[in-house]
Write a protein that binds this ligand. Structure first.
Ligand code: FRU
Length: 327
C-alpha cells in the first residue's frame, strides 16, 4: 500500500518523466539559481573554454562566437585555449567558476575528464553550454552540435555508392575519447553492415591531427597494395592521408572523404579535386551566443540543439552542397 510520503515521491517522479524531452527543466537535480543573474546595467561575462586552437575549425568557432557576441555590447567573452591539454582545460573551467563568470561555453577535448568540472560549475549555479564535443551525464544547461552519427552514416552511404559497393577502405578516426569520433565511427560502420563487398582494411586513432593522419597513412600505404578509399573523421585527417598517398604517387587511385567542410579547407579541397566529399560540421558558435542570451535573459532552452549538415562533392559544390538527408 502507498503511504502519503511514497505517494508524493511517486507523483514527483511522474512529473520528471512526463516533462517534454529536451527541456532543461527535466533535470532530476535542478540547477541552483544564483541571485545575481539579472545584470542589464553592468553586462554579462561569458567564459569560453576552447580545447585547442591548432586546427582552423576551432579558430573558426572562436571567430563565430566573437562575431555573434560583438552584436551585443552587454556581452563580454573571455577566451581560454587549453592547447589540447585536458588538465589545463579542467583548470580553466575551475578558474571561470572562481572568477564568477555569468555563463560558461566549453568545447571539451574529451568527454570523461571534463564531465566533473562542468558538473561542478553547473551545480554552483553557472549555466554551461557544451559545444560540439559532449560530456557525460546531464549536469550542464544545453548541448549544441550536429548529429555525428548521421554524418558518419551519410559518409558511409556516399562512399558505398561511389565505390559501386566494392572496395578496400582505411578509416582514420578522430580522438576516440571524444564523442564526435565515437559517433562518426558508429554511423559509418552502420552504413557498411549490409555491404560485404566493402572491407575496412585498417582503422586507427589519428587524434584529429593532420600530421598523425599522414604518418598512419604512410604505414597503411606500405602495408596494403590496394586501397580504394580513405574515410577520415575530419578534413585535416583526410588531407594528411592525401599528402601521404601523393608522396608515393597513389593519390589518383584513392577516394578521400573528410568531415568539417570549412570554405577555406574541406570545400576548397573538393574544388581542387583533393577530396571526393566533405561533410559539414557547423561550429555552432553563433547558436551558442544566441542560446547564451536566452539563458541569461531567464528563458528556458532545450537540453540539446542539433545543427543541420550538408555535404559537398565536385558535382554539387558550386550549388552550395546538398543536405545529408538526401543520401
Ligand atoms: C577540431 C576538430 C574538427 C572536428 C571536431 C570534432 O579540433 O577536430 O576537425 O570536426 O574537432 O570535435
Amino acid at each position: 500500500m502507498l503511504n502519503i510520503s511514497s505517494l508524493v515521491r511517486h507523483i514527483a517522479l511522474l512529473a520528471v518523466v512526463v516533462l517534454p524531452a529536451g527541456c532543461s527543466c527535466s533535470d532530476s537535480d535542478p540547477q541552483p539559481v544564483r541571485p545575481d543573474v539579472k545584470k542589464e546595467e553592468t553586462g554579462y561575462t561569458i567564459g569560453m573554454s576552447q580545447c585547442n586552437l591548432g586546427e582552423p575549425w576551432r579558430v573558426q568557432m572562436n571567430a563565430d562566437i566573437e562575431a555573434a557576441a560583438k552584436r551585443h555590447p552587454d556581452l563580454k567573452v573571455v577566451f581560454k585555449d587549453a592547447q589540447n591539454d585536458t588538465l589545463k582545460q579542467r583548470a580553466h573551467v575551475e578558474e571561470f567558476v572562481s572568477q564568477g563568470v555569468d555563463l560558461i561555453i566549453i568545447s571539451p577535448k574529451e568527454a570523461q575528464p571534463l564531465t566533473e568540472p562542468v558538473a561542478k560549475a553547473f551545480s554552483a549555479g553557472i549555466p554551461v553550454i557544451v559545444l560540439d564535443r559532449a560530456v557525460i551525464g546531464d549536469k550542464y544547461t544545453c548541448f549544441i552540435g550536429a548529429d555525428n552519427e548521421k554524418i558518419g552514416l551519410a559518409a558511409g552511404k556516399w562512399l558505398i555508392k561511389k565505390l559501386g559497393g566494392k572496395g578496400r577502405i582505411i578509416e582514420l578516426k578522430g580522438l576516440m575519447t571524444s564523442t564526435p569520433a565515437q559517433d562518426r565511427h558508429a554511423g559509418f560502420r552502420e552504413a557498411l553492415i549490409h555491404h560485404p563487398g566493402i572491407r575496412v582494411l585498417f582503422e586507427v586513432d589519428m587524434q584529429w591531427l593532420e600530421p598523425e593522419a599522414r604518418e598512419e597513412m604512410e604505414s597503411a600505404l606500405a602495408r596494403f597494395e590496394r586501397i580504394d578509399a580513405v574515410y577520415a573523421h575530419n578534413d585535416p585527417g583526410a588531407h594528411g592521408a592525401y599528402l601521404a598517398a601523393k608522396a608515393v604517387g597513389r593519390e589518383k587511385d584513392i577516394v578521400f572523404v573528410g568531415v568539417d567542410a570549412l570554405p577555406q579547407e574541406g570545400i576548397a579541397y573538393v574544388k581542387q579535386g583533393i577530396l571526393g566529399a566533405t561533410f559539414q560540421y557547423p561550429t555552432g558558435g553563433s547558436e551558442a551566443i544566441a542560446t547564451a542570451l536566452k539563458i541569461l535573459g531567464g528563458e528556458e532552452v532545450p537540453k540539446a540543439i542539433v545543427l543541420d549538415s550538408r555535404y559537398f562533392t565536385a558535382e554539387n559544390v558550386d550549388q552550395g552542397g546538398a543536405p545529408i538527408e538526401e543520401l
